[in-house]
Design a protein around this ligand. Structure first.
Ligand code: CU
Length: 158
């Protein structure tokens, strides 16, 4: 009986975190061809707070030449225990998040980190993040050595 109750509790907890996971809905990605900038431009950077232990971050990246995004870190005080790059893969009818080593970004194509697609995952948030909090400065690191800082606003959204 105790074992059964534990099982029910685990199922309930599991669905709770799935429900409140920030990046479970899937959207088709569209490639937007852009003008190639002289230097990499990172815009529309935002972090969406979550009721769960993790929060997702998003941005639009326009690279000066094709390269890989290999990591994101917080400039200053960390907001989470770690940061991963996540993508979504289709597992049957369910979209699941997977950590990836990097994102391949083509020049001339706007790369979107967006809800339901590729995103930054802040694992084990250290402090309560609320909508409207002061922006968090993020550092985007690329495989060619390029480093770009951008401020992420804390907001809700899809
Ligand atoms: Cu994720």
């Amino acid at each position: 009986m105790i074992r059964l109750n534990l099982y029910v509790l685990l199922v309930v907890l599991g669905s709770f975190f799935n429900l409140f996971c920030d990046c479970c809905s899937y959207k088709n990605k569209t490639e937007i061809v852009s003008v190639v900038p002289k230097s990499t431009i990172i815009e529309d950077v935002w972090i969406r707070p979550s009721l769960g232990p993790n929060a997702a971050g998003f941005a639009t990246i326009n690279v000066d030449k094709s390269k890989k995004l290999i990591g994101v870190e917080v400039v200053g005080n960390p907001i989470s225990k770690s940061i991963e790059l996540h993508t979504h893969i289709k597992d049957g009818d369910i979209m699941r998040m997977r950590a990836v080593e990097n994102f391949n970004i083509k020049s001339g194509v706007l790369f979107s980190l967006a809800p339901g697609g590729d995103h930054i995952m802040f694992i084990d948030i250290l402090k309560d993040i609320q909508i409207g909090d002061a922006p968090v400065s993020l550092r985007f690191k690329f495989d060619d050595g390029q480093v770009v800082d951008a401020n992420a606003v804390i907001r809700s959204g899809q």
